[in-house]
Design a protein around this ligand. Structure first.
Ligand code: NCD
Length: 358
C-alpha cells in the first residue's frame, strides 16, 4: 500500500510523472472526469483548512468520485475520547482513500499502521505538508519551466511552517537548487532539515532585503501562531517580514512570489497586482496536482493491495523527547529511532523525525 506521509515517499520518476499528469489535467480536465467513479474519499481534518480541504474535495468530485469527512473534531467520536488509530481504522472501512490533517507531528505515520487503504498526510503539526509541496512543484514548473538550478528564498516561520520543510525535502532532490533561509533566530529551520542538505547548498539570513535581489523564487510564510508555546514571542515576531510594493523593487524582474496561504500580513494586498505574484494560481494548481495524486494512489492500491516491505535500518527504541510528537499523546507500543548517519550516531524518531544523538 502506498501512502503519502512525506515527500520522500515518492521517487524522482514518480514526482516527474505527477507533475506531468497534473499539468495535463489542468489543460484537459474533462478527460479525467470519470476516473474515480464509484470511489469514496474521506477527509479527516482535525485542524482548520481552506485550500487543502476544498482542493482535495473538488479534486475528487472532478474525478467523478465522492467525499465524506469531518472538519471539526466535535463532529466525530474523537470528541468522545476515541483514539486516532481507532478513528482512522473505522473510516478506512468506508473509503478508498483517506486525507488527514492533524495537529500532532507524526500523526499521519501512526495512522498508516492500521490502514489498508492509502492515506495522504495533509499536514501533521509543524512537521510536514507534502501535498502543498506537490502544489508548489507544479507551480514552479509551470512558471519557471524547470524545478532545478533555482535560488529559492524561504521566508518567515521556518521552525513551525510545515510547508517549507516538505518543500526543502523536494527541491533538494533536484540539481543545483540553493536555499536562502530568511527567519529570526527563534524561528530557524529545524536541524533535521539542515542536516539533510548535504553539500551545504543553503544560506541563513535574518534580512529579507539582503536576499530578495538574489533569488528566483520568494516563498513567503505565515508566522504559525497556533504552534507557539508562548504568545509573547509570537506577538514580538508576527510582523517581522512584510513583503510590500517597495520591497518588490528589490526582487528580480523574472522572480515569482509564492505563499501556501492563508496570509495574515506578510504580503500586502498591493503586491497582488504585481505580475510576479503567483500565490492564487498556486492555490488553483493545488487542485490539479491533487487530482493526479488521488488517481495515482487509488489506482495503484487497487492493482497492488499488499503492504510494503519494511526498510532495514539500525534502530534503537526509546521515548521521543518531542512533546508535540504523536507518540507522546496516542498509544504506541514502542518508538523506533532509525539511524541517520553512521558517523555521528544520530537517530531520528520514526514519527516526527526528532533527531537524538547517543
Ligand atoms: C499551510 C498549512 O496548513 O500548513 N496552508 C495550506 O495548507 N495551504 C500554511 C499555513 O497554514 O500557514
Amino acid at each position: 500500500m502506498k501512502h503519502l506521509i512525506g515527500i520522500n515517499d515518492f521517487s524522482m520518476d514518480e514526482l516527474a510523472e505527477l507533475i506531468k499528469v497534473g499539468q495535463d489535467i489542468s489543460e484537459h480536465p474533462k478527460k479525467y472526469m470519470d476516473r474515480m467513479k464509484g470511489r469514496v474519499m474521506a477527509t479527516l481534518f482535525f485542524e482548520p483548512s481552506t485550500r487543502t480541504k476544498f482542493s482535495f474535495e473538488a479534486a475528487m468530485l472532478r474525478l467523478g468520485g465522492q467525499v465524506i469527512g469531518f472538519s471539526e473534531v466535535k463532529n466525530s467520536s474523537v470528541a468522545k475520547g476515541e483514539s486516532l488509530k481507532d478513528t482512522v481504522e473505522t473510516v478506512g472501512c468506508y473509503s478508498d482513500l483517506i486525507v488527514m490533517r492533524h495537529p500532532l507531528e507524526g500523526a499521519a505515520k501512526l495512522a498508516t499502521e492500521v490502514l489498508d487503504v492509502p492515506l495522504i498526510n495533509a499536514g501533521d503539526g509543524g512537521h510536514q505538508h507534502p501535498t502543498q509541496t506537490l502544489t508548489d512543484l507544479l507551480t514552479i514548473y509551470k512558471e519557471m519551466g524547470r524545478v532545478d538550478n533555482l535560488n529559492i528564498a524561504l521566508v518567515g516561520d521556518l521552525k513551525y511552517g510545515r510547508t517549507v520543510h516538505s518543500l526543502v525535502d523536494a527541491m533538494s532532490k533536484y540539481d543545483n537548487n540553493t536555499f536562502f533561509f530568511v527567519s529570526p533566530k527563534e524561528l530557524e529551520m529545524p536541524e533535521y532539515i539542515k542536516n539533510s542538505l548535504k553539500g551545504g547548498c543553503f544560506f541563513e539570513s535574518t534580512s529579507l532585503e539582503e536576499v530578495l535581489p538574489k533569488v528566483d523564487i520568494v516563498y513567503m510564510t505565515r508566522i504559525q501562531k497556533e504552534r507557539f508555546d508562548d504568545l509573547e514571542t509570537y506577538e514580538r515576531l508576527k510582523g517581522i517580514y512584510i513583503l510590500d510594493k517597495e520591497k518588490m523593487e528589490l526582487a528580480k524582474e523574472d522572480a515569482i512570489i509564492l505563499h501556501p496561504l492563508p496570509r495574515v500580513n506578510e504580503i500586502t494586498e498591493e503586491v497582488d497586482r504585481d505580475p510576479r505574484a503567483k500565490y492564487f494560481p498556486q492555490a488553483k494548481n493545488g487542485m490539479y496536482i491533487r487530482m493526479a495524486l488521488i488517481l495515482k494512489l487509488v489506482e495503484e492500491a487497487e492493482k497492488n493491495p499488499q503492504r510494503p516491505v519494511e526498510e532495514v535500518y539500525s534502530t534503537i527504541y526509546t521515548k521521543c523527547p518531542n512533546p508535540k510528537c504523536v507518540s507522546n499523546h496516542e498509544y504506541v507500543e514502542s518508538v523506533a529511532f532509525h539511524e541517520k548517519t553512521a558517523e555521528d550516531l544520530a537517530y531520528s524518531c520514526e514519527y516526527c523525525d526528532k533527531v537524538i544523538t547517543i
